[in-house]
Structures are given as C-alpha cells and as structure tokens.
Design a protein around this ligand. Structure first.
Ligand code: ADP
Ligand code: MG
Ligand code: MG
Length: 924
C-alpha cells in the first residue's frame, strides 16, 4: 500500500472531486470547485474512511496519526490565509461541516466561527474594528458549539437571551448593542459551565478536536441510523461522513456583505433564470432559520450590482463545469463573493424535462445526457391532472398515494350509488369505501377517483384504479367509513354522501371541498425529449387498450400499437351482458350459436373501430380469457332471489285460491272484483317462469363452479370446449380487418391465444383461423393481412417454446400469470396475506408482481425467447403485463431481446424514456 492511499486528510486543492464516497458530496465538490478556480475559502476534508476508523475504535479516539495530519493542514491553512489559529492579532476562524456521499438529515449541523475565545475575540475586534460583530459571532459560536458538540439544550441559551433582550427593551437581536451581546456571551459561557460541569473549552485545538469527534460520532447516532434504514441507504451508497474544515468568511460584516442560496435555473419551472434568495448583512444560518425574510436574488442587481454580475458568472461556470443544474450556497464578505457549496439541483419533472431540452440547445449537454438525467418514473407527475399549486388548502386526512392524479367529486359510499349518481345522474363522484372488491367495479367506472380507508398500494382499489388511470388514495386510516349512515368521520369533522371532496393520488392527501386542478402538462419540451428517446430506443412501446377512446389516448402518449386488447371488457358492456349470459346458459349448441350470432356484429364493430383508430399500427387482440362464470350472477344472490320468488309464487297461488273461494262463497261483487284485480297483477304463471329461468341459471353457476378458477376452465381451454365462442371472435377480427382493407385502411391485426401450454392447443385454434380466413378470402377475393401468435404465461409454454414457435408468428409474455405460475402464488392471496411479511423480513427483496423477478421469471422468459427464435429467428416477442410499464423490467426486456413492451396508456411516455435509457446503458 502506498503512503498516499493511507492519506485521510485532503486539502481542497488535493482531494479528488469525483470521489464522493471518500470525501462526501460537500467535500468532493469543495475540492472540485477549488481546483477549477472558483473562489472557495481555503480548507480541507477528513475522509469518510477516517470516520469509519474512529467509529470502530472502542475508546472513541481518533485513529493514530490523524490528528497530526489535521495539525499539518491547519498550519498550511494559516499560511494560506495569513492568519493564526488562536492568534490575538489576526485570528483564523473555521467552520466544521459534516457531509456524506448522500445528503441525509440526522447528520451533525454545521458549527461556525470555531476558534473564538476570550483572546481571539480581541483579535477579531482589532482586525475588524467592529466590537458588535465580534461579540455577535462569539455568542453564536458558544451556543452552536454548546448545543451541537456538547449537547447542551437550546432552551437554556434561549432563556438567557430573552432575559438580555428584555433588560435591553428590544425585540429583535439586530437591535442589541455590543455590550448586550457581550453580556449574552458571558451568560452563555456560564450555561455551558453549569450544564456540562466544565468550563467552555478555550483552546481552539481542543474545540476543533471535540467538533471533529462529534461529527464523526453523529454518523452512528440514532437519528442517522434510523434514516439510513428507512430509506435503504446501503454502505455501497454512503459509508461514514466526512468532516469539512473551512476558513470562515463573514456575510455579517455590513451592508456590502451577505449570504444566500441559489439555483442556476428555476427548479419549479426549469426556466433559465438564476433563482434563489439572500440576506444582506447576515451569516449562513440566518437564511435557513428565517430570522428575517430573505430577498429574491433578482433584487441583488439593485442592492449590489457588481455582486449580481459576479453571481451570474459563477452560475455559468458551475453549469459549464458540472453540466447539470446546480443548487449552491454563497457568502459575500465586503464585496468579495465566495462559493461555499454546490450540488446537483433537485427539480420537479416539468423543470427536469425543460432544462434537459434547453441545455442540449445551449450546447451544454448531449441528447444522450439529456435523456439520462430524467428519471422515467418522474414523468408520471406530468401526465396526470394535479392540484393547482396556487390553491391553498389543508388536507383533512392522508393515505397512500396509490394512483396518481387529482380529482374532485361528491362522496358516495357504495358502488351502486356511485353508478346511479355518477353514470345515470351525471354527477362527478368519488367512491369512498373501507376497501373495494371485484364486484365494485361498476362503481370505479362511474367515479372520478377512489378513496379507501384500508389496504395498501397493491390493494384491489389501488391496482384497478391504476389500471384505469383514475386517481386513488388508499389506506387513509384516519377516515372511518360508515356505509349504512352514508357518512365518513375524520377526526372531529365528517363528510356525508353528496359532500364535495378532493383527492390527490400523487401525494395521498384528502381535502374537503373542491380544489381546482391543472391539466397534465404534455409540454413541447416533453414532446421533444420523447422524440429523442424514440430515436435511440430499440425496444418499441405499445399500449394496453380495449376501447377506441383508450386507444386514442394511447396514440397521444406515443404508443406505436396496441399490445393487448382484452375482448372480455367488450363483453362486460351492460348492453351486451344479457346476450353473453344467454350464450353461457345455452343448453344446446344451436342456442349458443344463436346468441353468438347476435354478438358477432357487435364484436366486429369493436374491432373495426380499434383498427381505424390505430391504423397503420398493429393491434394485438387476445381471445376470451377469463372463466365464463365471471359473467354470471353470483350463487348466493341467485339463491336468495329464488327463495323470494318462491314466496311470491305461494302468495300468487293463495290469491288464486282466494278468488275461487270468493266465488263459491258468493262474496259481494266489489270484494270479488278487488281480489280479481290483485290476482291479475300477480300472475302465478309469470312468477313460475321467472323462477324456472333463475333456477336454470343457478344450475349453470353450480355446474361451472371451480375450486381454483384461475387455474381452471379459462383461456384456450375454454376456447377448445366451446369452439363457437373463439370462432365468433376470430371471424369478427378477420371480417373487421377485411372491411378496413377494402376501405383502404392499413391494418395489422394479430390474434393472440391466452393460457396456451401445448402446441396442440395452438394447432386447433389455428385450424379454425385458417378455415375462416379461407372463407373470407374466397368471398372477397382478397387475403387478410394478419398474424397468429400466443401468450406465454404458463411455465410449460416457456419450456415448449420451440414447438409453440412453430405454430406462432409472435410471443407475448403475460408476466402477471407467469409470475403466479413460477412462484405458485395466487396474487390476491399472496398480497393480502404473506407478501408484505416476505418483503419486510427480506425473504423476498420485492413484491414480484410489482418488480419483475428477473432471476426466476426472467430466466424463464430468456429461455423462451432463445428457444423460440432457435426455430423461428424472426419471431416477434413482446410483454403485455403490468411489468411492461416499469423501467427496470423494460431494461430487462431490452436486454433479452424483446421487440416491444405494452403498458397502460399513461405509462407509455415513461416506457418510451425507459426504453431509451435501456438502449443508452446497453451501448455503454
Ligand atoms: P448544510 O449541510 O446544512 O447545508 P453547511 O455546512 O453547508 O450545512 O453550512 C450551512 C451554512 O453555514 C452554509 O450555507 C453557509 O452559509 C454557512 N457556512 C458554512 N461554512 C462557512 C464558512 N466557512 N464561512 C461562512 N459561512 C459558512
Ligand atoms: Mg444541515
Ligand atoms: Mg449547505
């Protein structure tokens, strides 16, 4: 090991500005700024490695040799500044500042003015000729050092300070005189003596040693440890804190001095304008503490024109060097500008996108850099309505931000009411439930947003709302929902059905009343950035949509096709459901065919309008997938209805008997007429016939009952048992395509078979497809352009990818089912029962339904792609599950050679950017 690699203390001129892990973010940038010639007060950094050595020492002593290194650096600092540490003539004062590789609260606060004591104080007075300034600095130092390094509670100092102010008859500290401040300093020294049992350390080197140890120690303090655990900050990300020792400069030396913070561009809008605030005649902590209201940086031009010019120059140098928007801190001492800190600026998505595009146009960064500096997920912020930031409102409750966006509407407490008030009467409604269930789905369609008081980000409400692109706040535990009384109680307020409420699904907040929202900002800059993304991306982005309205939205978001159109959604339409039910309860083939004949033109129209909207892009249509009992009423409801009807039938028969008895008894005409009237209204034959129908339905429901419907009679298995259903759908697709083609519309339909596990299944469906196609071709004289392919969502399909590829032109991974199959977890049960425990106790790193399990499920995908393409090199492969919209999964899909991902419409921009990231990372 060379002597140099053991070095633990680095002057700002020496440290490696790229090594944040060793020097901390603040320290590394202080070094870098010094080395590129910016005006940084001289100083040095103690490395994070020194910190770890210190923490490992059982006696909590500095590691051997470290203190000598510090002393050497202090001597050098004295030379550079021509001042003396502890000098009574020209005293050197320093700040002691913490800083790790990642900024985090819990680390020790900065100590300013270290090196002051009774002797050096006189030196400051002599050097500045300003007694008030000197005592002000002194009392600040005693309090800060006392609090931060010696753990003396602030209140003891505050109490004394109040007494001084009271005696002087002033309210603000700026009004205190030099002698008041001297009095304060003396009181503070006594506080320290009383609270620590020792005199305040006078020796500057002793002060320095205590401060360094306190900073190092704060890394192991409870607050910091908790924070790192909470936010999963691993040692690879940040390990130990550095200590920065920096020569003091004074912003509180008069009206030609000041201190401030700046952003090189506006972090709210991204506008290319210096943004920030400053205070004249103040020290750093004053800006943060809010003692006086700071001024916006634009007014610096009037206060100190020369400084404003210098600050502009600093801004250009910072951006030119870091090639990134900077968030920096500065101090001006008597007309000289110093830069005390810089780091990459945190911005919202709008600003991030705008600055990316503008910095490319200004020649500061490349397009690739511009793309990479925007996190794909952050775009979601820009794609949903959000609460008007100008509206001031206080939330009444908060829950999990389960589905982004914002919406207002009247509260309703069950799905039927939501449908009635929302769909039928046209109110904007918010569905409020304890939790939601699949049977609430019609309420979702009718609502602007969903609020639940129970359940997490993967609860039914959250998943469904995200799928529909509606906002959702889930698990707002502070809300007590009383469905019967139609009221929700929140602390000491409440809201009832019909009261207006507002949800912010992006923050998880709930408000009473209507709060204005602003529409999503699909800005010009975003359009530009995404067009750059499309230029570099290899993997294509399609959308999951079932309706023309959805498809139009997906196009607007830049989807280049539909990767998944679910036909069952089309069946659920209230106008068709009765026909679908007729089809299911049919006892004979003929009866079923009769219902299907009625469905055919409707489906055909569905597909035709989808094709027209998406032309010339491809549309992948999945044949019917769910178990058909899902379209039937539930068993318990039927049993209840039949019992009630039977009761009614008895009454009807009773009435008939009563009528006969009346005649026999020769009751008066009027009574007989009344009974007759009643009897005619309640015809027992009619009731009986309804009962027969319901009983037939019940028998069907019972016959279709399955213990494990998701592993049961669904997908292609259903198609093979009831060929007429799939044949109708295939015909609808091909006829619609033929119509479009005849009208000159370019269409690329793709027929996709779900749940396939053996090539034999595909062969059977393909035979139908070919037969129907032949028939259409014979009739119209023209072939239809289409492709035939399969979902890959069961494990056997992956293993048999070669034989399936022989029957398919494309594969489409359904990773939700494939994940269930690979883990043998049922998603609903897993997420409601053990998955939270599994991820919390790190049995699993992530919920595999949210984060694609690359090691297991991904491995299956990789094999299927490889084997499939071994028999068909041009096999088209995509993914259409929820994972298809997640950046990490997209990167994985890109890596294993998929051609496209398909995701919900609003995720499309996120996916386009993620696709570009994947390509750029792969090229590295
Ligand atoms: P934080 O990590 O909280 O930003 P800093 O170490 O940056 O803490 O210190 C906070 C403020 O203290 C700085 O913004 C600056 O105004 C002031 N400060 C720190 N060091 C010095 C110094 N050497 N001279 C003058 N002011 C300083
Ligand atoms: Mg701080
Ligand atoms: Mg700072």
């Amino acid at each position: 090991m060379s002597a140099d690699s053991k070095k633990r203390v680095f002057a700002f001129e020496e440290g490696d500005g790229k090594n944040k892990h060793l020097l901390g973010g603040k320290g590394a940038n202080l070094c870098e700024m010094t080395q590129i010639g910016l005006n940084v007060p001289p100083g040095f950094v103690l490395s994070t490695e020194a910190c770890l050595e210190f923490l490992a020492s059982p006696t909590k002593e500095l590691p051997p040799g470290l203190w000598e290194e510090v002393q050497t650096q202090m001597t050098a600092l004295e030379k550079k500044t021509k001042k003396g540490f502890g000098s009574a003539e020209e005293p050197l004062l320093v700040s002691v500042r913490s800083g790790s590789a990642m900024s985090m609260p819990g680390m020790m606060d900065t100590i300013l003015n270290l090196g002051l004591n009774a002797k050096t104080l006189q030196g400051v007075i002599k050097a500045t000729g300003d007694e008030r300034f000197a005592y002000d600095a002194y009392r600040r130092f005693i309090q800060l050092f006392g609090k931060i390094a010696l753990n003396v509670d602030d209140t003891f100092f505050d109490k004394q300070f109040e007494m001084v102010k009271k005696a002087a008859g002033v309210k603000e500290d700026v009004a205190l005189s030099a002698s008041d401040l001297k009095d304060t300093a003396e009181r503070f020294l006594r506080v320290v003596q009383e609270q620590t049992g020792r005199p305040f350390p006078e020796d500057p080197y002793e002060q320095l040693l205590i401060a360094i140890k306190a900073v190092f120690g704060s890394w192991g303090g409870k607050r910091a440890v908790d924070y790192r655990r909470q936010f999963n900050i691993t040692p690879a990300m940040a390990n130990g804190t550095a200590v920065n020792i920096c020569t003091m400069v004074f912003g509180n030396r008069g009206d030609d001095s000041g201190t401030g913070v700046g952003f090189t561009r506006d972090p709210g809008t991204g506008e290319n304008l210096l943004y920030g605030e400053y205070l004249v005649n103040a020290q750093g902590e004053d800006v943060v503490a809010g003692i006086r209201t700071p001024k916006p940086l634009v007014s610096l031009k009037a206060d100190m024109p020369e400084m404003a010019k210098q600050l502009d120059a600093l801004r250009d140098r910072l951006e030119g060097h870091y090639k990134e928007v900077q968030d920096f801190e500065f101090t001006i001492e008597r007309g000289i500008l110093y830069c005390l800190q810089t780091r990459n600026g945190k911005m919202n998505a709008v600003a991030q996108v705008r600055t990316s595009v503008e910095m490319v146009k200004e020649g500061i960064i490349t397009k690739a850099q511009a793309l990479l500096r925007v996190a794909p997920d952050s775009l979601e912020q820009m794609l949903f309505p959000r609460l008007d930031p100008k509206a001031k409102a206080t939330p009444v409750a908060s829950g999990l931000p389960a589905s982004p966006g914002a919406a207002s509407g009247i509260a309703v407490f069950d799905a039927d009411r939501a449908e009635m008030l929302g769909k039928e009467q046209g109110f904007k409604v918010i569905l409020v439930r304890e939790e939601t269930k699949p049977e609430d789905i019609h309420g979702f369609f009718a609502s602007e947003g969903i609020l639940t008081s129970r359940g997490g980000k993967t609860s039914h409400a959250a998943v469904v709302a995200r799928g529909m692109g509606k906002c959702c706040v889930a698990g707002a535990e502070g809300i007590h929902v009383d469905v019967d009384k139609r009221i929700a109680i929140v602390g000491d307020t409440s809201f009832k059905e019909g009261d207006m409420i507002t949800l912010d699904g992006t923050s998880g907040k709930v408000y009473l009343g209507e709060i204005p929202t602003v529409e999503p900002e699909f800005t010009d800059e975003l359009v530009t950035l995404l067009s750059w993304a499309d230029e570099v991306a290899r993997i294509k982005v399609m959308a999951n949509s079932d309706t023309p309205v959805d498809a139009k939205r997906a196009l607007k978001y830049g989807a280049v096709g539909i990767g998944l159109a679910r036909t069952e959604r089309m069946f659920n339409d209230p106008a068709r459901l009765p026909i679908v039910i007729d089809m299911i309860v049919a006892d004979t083939k003929e009866e079923r065919q009769e219902a299907l004949d009625r469905l055919l033109p409707l489906q055909q129209q569905d597909f035709k309008s989808l094709f027209e909207v998406m032309a010339p892009y491809p549309v992948v249509i999945r044949l019917l997938d769910p178990p058909i009992h899902e379209f039937l009423p539930n068993e318990n409801t039927l049993v209840r209805e039949i019992t009630e009807l039977q009761q009614l039938a008895k009454n009807a028969h009773g009435l008939t008997a009563l009528g006969a008895a009346m005649t026999l008894m020769q009751a008066p005409d009027k009574v007989r007429a009344d009974v007759d009237g009643l009897r005619r209204q309640l015809d027992p034959m009619l009731v009986e016939s309804v009962i027969v129908k319901k009983e037939r339905m019940l028998r069907k429901v019972r016959a279709l009952f399955e213990t494990n419907p998701m592993l049961g009679h669904r997908g292609v298995r259903l198609g093979i048992s009831f060929p007429e259903i799939y044949q109708m759908q295939i015909r609808a697709i091909l006829e619609a395509a033929a119509e479009c083609q005849a009208a000159g519309v370019e269409v690329h339909p793709k027929i996709k078979v779900p749940q396939v596990c053996t090539a034999q299944e595909l062969k059977i469906v393909k035979k139908w497809v070919d037969a129907i196609h032949d028939e259409i071709k014979a009739r119209t004289g023209k072939p239809v352009k289409f492709q035939f392919g399969t979902m890959i969502e069961v494990v056997r399909a992956c293993m048999r990818a070669e034989t399936l590829a022989e029957q398919s032109e494309f594969f489409s991974f359904g990773t939700n089912d494939l994940t269930q199959a690979a883990f043998s977890f049922s998603r609903e049960d897993a997420e409601n029962k053990f998955l939270p425990l599994y991820t919390e106790s790190e049995v699993l790193q992530d919920n595999p339904f949210e984060v694609l399990d690359e090691k297991g499920v991904g491995k299956l995908m990789e094999l299927a792609v490889k084997w499939g393409r071994s028999v068909k090199p041009d096999l088209l492969v995509g993914i259409c599950g929820e994972h298809g919209g997640h950046p990490a999964a997209i990167a994985f899909c890109d890596k294993i050679g998929l051609d496209y991902v398909s995701c919900s419409g609003p995720r499309v921009p996120v996916a386009r950017l993620a696709a570009a990231h994947a390509a750029l990372h792969a090229a590295k």
